[in-house]
Ligand binder design. Structure first.
Ligand SMILES: NC(=O)c1ccc[n+]([C@@H]2O[C@H](COP(=O)([O-])OP(=O)(O)OC[C@H]3O[C@@H](n4cnc5c(N)ncnc54)[C@H](OP(=O)(O)O)[C@@H]3O)[C@@H](O)[C@H]2O)c1
Length: 318
């Protein structure tokens, strides 16, 4: 698969991000494809299939166009345990995604931040190999929480991709995982590239979020890993850092585009998958793929900011 460097993350159009309108979500998907995006990341649990079904609708409305879709499985377990990754469960989750996406084969299935013990269970990866042989999966990969998990995942030779949080507030993967991914030829999918919207610069101390938006209910990890919300950086710390990043943003690009362009400066990243709820957001994000490179001086200043202000609150945890 040859995928767009700025692709599309379809969590927000499924659920847990406040109210969303399906018509507007489909318009956002179309705007992304019109802007050169050819790869969409989703999961079975995003709105209990809602996100996958909207993507199926998009594909029906664009016959003949190449639109790769990565989905995920594993989060339908009530409690994360390695024992939950049985042949029966994995087959059921894959069959449900095939039905929601209205396809015979999934382009890429990712284990969805599985229990850490799964990485020591070769039999789980053997089941995925069997699902490839059965024609239900074209490829499989893993979405991970930590750099350590990423390195453990790529010991399995048929893991084709690793999805990991990588953005201006999360630099560790560049230092401690990307060299390993490059050496094995594994694709790197950079998720949460805008730190849940923080890196667009639109948030402030008085910003309010709907009750069913994880930015209201998961800041301390109440429902899932707190790193998935604002990258796990305390909100007040992140706002201060974003104010400094604003000063580094080159003219001619928005802060969101600066954040995405910064990710693409890492040659080992296959793509970033910013979420978008509207056509305007999708277009703005996709346009980052065509912007000029950032200067070495700006890259160094972003790293200095991370080392001085952010490293201490995230580096050891993920
Ligand atoms: N465990 C996992 O595997 C996992 C976990 C998290 C994410 N992901 C994947 O990674 C993707 C990206 O991460 P994410 O969606 O969590 O976070 P993100 O991409 O950092 O932030 C997305 C949110 O930022 C806001 N936004 C996006 N573009 C904008 C723009 N140009 N201007 C202003 N606001 C903008 C939108 O929300 P508002 O308009 O409401 O602010 C959007 O939903 C997800 O969609 C999902 O596919 C996977």
């Amino acid at each position: 698969m040859s995928v767009s460097t700025v692709s599309f993350g379809a969590w927000a159009i499924g659920g847990f991000w406040g109210p969303v309108d399906d018509g507007e979500s489909v318009q956002a998907l179309h705007a992304a494809i019109d802007s050169g995006v050819n790869f969409i990341d989703t999961a079975d649990v995003y709105g209990d299939g809602r996100s996958e079904r909207l993507i199926a609708q998009l594909r029906r409305e664009r016959p003949g166009e190449t639109i790769w879709v990565a989905t995920k499985a594993g989060r339908r377990l009530d409690t994360q345990t390695a024992d939950g990754y049985t042949r029966e469960n994995l087959t059921q989750w894959v069959d449900d995604s095939l039905r929601n996406l209205d396809v015979d084969t999934l382009d890429l299935l990712q284990l969805h931040c599985p229990h850490p013990d799964v990485y020591d269970r070769p039999e789980v990866f053997g089941i995925l190999d069997d699902l490839v042989s059965a024609g239900k999966l074209r490829y499989y990969g893993v979405s991970v929480e930590t750099v350590d998990e990423a390195r453990r995942a790529i010991r399995y030779p048929n893991v084709q991709s690793v999805q990991i949080i990588f953005n201006m507030l999360r630099l560790k993967p560049a230092d401690e995982f990307f060299p390993f991914a490059a050496a094995t030829g594994v694709g790197v999918i950079a998720r949460v590239p805008l730190a849940s919207g923080l890196l667009t610069g639109k948030m402030h101390s008085g910003s309010r979020f709907a009750d069913d938006d994880h930015r209201a209910f998961n800041r301390e990890g109440e429902r899932f890993d707190k790193g998935e919300t604002f990258s796990g950086v305390p909100y007040d710390v992140a706002l201060e850092v974003v104010a400094d990043l604003r000063m580094l943003c080159p003219p001619g690009m928005t802060l969101a585009q600066f954040a995405l362009r910064w990710i693409l400066m890492s040659p080992d990243v296959t793509c970033a998958i910013p979420g978008a709820k509207t056509a305007q957001q999708a277009r703005e994000n996709a346009a980052a793929a065509d912007l000029d490179d950032l200067s070495p001086a700006v890259m160094a200043q972003v790293r200095q900011l991370y080392d001085a202000r952010v490293r201490k609150v995230v580096h050891a945890q993920w």
